[in-house]
Design a protein around this ligand. Structure first.
Ligand code: NAP
Length: 314
């Protein structure tokens, strides 16, 4: 008997082939009800972040041996419940670190130098010649970058910051060793100190019960006046409404978002703000990275269905 694999959304042809050569592959779901129907007889599930893999889905799949998430974050999966049923859960760490750090910097620069606003202005035919005060932005050199969550992606963001001549401070639960702090050129601060003193703040924690609303209303109001806030982690780590209030009243320079609390829905107030840059969750979206992630997710499935261990278990 061939094992059956469900891939929730189309990926790359070569990755489909790799799975088809070994297993019976079904591709595509339309919503949760369809997922529940199609996962019933499957031995492996390759899913996206937007697919909620909760108890209902897991209970519907008695044969399931592995849930391979096409992402490093796995807040869409009830991991503990899956594990209690003997199902492996895997993610795609490391591969997307550099692409996501690049995107974070694209957002920092786009907000600081008002790139999107200036592009719209130019396309609209409003550029009538060089002006002294046209689109004045924030200079990054010599400013303080505060990184919340200094793991794989946070560190890659820090490495890039030294090239921009920024001072780097960070906050996480466990301090780095003095040697690691020295080699990265970073200094530990409490979360409150970081928020109050950083000119640019970028968050890189996973979404967990501990980090949900980590940057709550009170903390949003601690952010230094005139600062930039960047979120490429998960929407729910920050109180979006409080942040919008500060962006609306002009007490922050601006913000950049790749992720949203209720994505794909976006708060209409954000859309109306000029001092924000909004991206459609494309942190890891380079061809190289997405192909590597797809191959790793497929390889995790192959390894487990051949009786081995997963390569990157959660
Ligand atoms: P990682 O290596 O596990 O790093 C996470 C960091 O967050 C660690 O430094 C961890 O340090 C810190 N952290 C965890 N809980 C915390 C808490 N309660 N308070 C403060 N810091 C905390 O993860 P990664 O690979 O860098 O990825 C981070 C997240 O980025 C992913 O989980 C995902 O949600 C997001 N992401 C988004 C995109 C995108 O497309 N926009 C792409 C990739 C990843 P301590 O344990 O010491 O606290």
């Amino acid at each position: 008997m061939k094992y059956k694999v469900l891939l929730t959304h189309e990926l790359f042809p070569e990755v489909h082939k790799k799975l088809q050569d070994l297993f019976e592959l079904e591709v595509g779901i339309e919503g949760k009800e369809d997922l529940i129907k199609k996962v019933r007889d499957k031995h492996a599930l390759l899913c996206f972040l937007k697919d909620p893999i909760d108890r209902e889905v897991i209970d519907a799949a008695p044969e399931l041996k592995i849930i391979a998430n096409y992402a490093v974050g796995y807040d869409n999966i009830d991991v503990e419940y899956a594990k209690s049923k003997g199902i492996y859960v895997t993610n795609t760490p490391d591969l997307l670190t550099e692409a996501t750090a690049d995107l974070t910097w694209a957002l920092i620069l786009a907000v600081a130098r008002r790139i999107v606003e200036a592009d719209s202005f130019t396309r609209a035919g409003k550029f009538k010649g060089w002006e002294a005060k046209l689109f004045l932005g924030m200079e990054l050199n010599g400013k303080r970058l505060g990184i919340i969550g200094l793991g794989r992606i946070g560190k890659a963001v820090a490495r890039r910051a030294s090239g921009f001549g920024m001072e780097i401070v960070y906050y996480k639960r466990k301090k780095l060793s003095p040697a690691e702090e020295k080699s990265l050129g970073v200094k530990f601060l409490s979360l409150e100190e970081l928020l109050k003193s950083s000119d640019v703040i970028s968050i890189h924690t996973p979404l967990t019960p501990d980090t949900e609303n980590l940057i709550n209303r009170e903390r949003v109001y601690m952010i230094k006046r005139g600062a930039i806030f960047i979120n490429t982690a998960r929407g729910a780590v920050v109180d979006e409404n409080a942040l919008i209030e500060r962006l609306e009243n002009g007490s922050l320079f601006g913000a950049g978002f790749d992720v949203y609390k209720n994505e794909p829905e976006i708060n209409p107030k954000l859309i109306n703000l000029k001092n924000v840059v909004l991206l459609p969750h494309i942190g890891s979206a380079t061809t190289q990275t997405r192909l590597a992630m797809a191959n790793l997710a497929a390889d995790n499935i192959i390894s487990v269905l051949k009786g081995g261990k997963p390569i990157t278990p959660v």
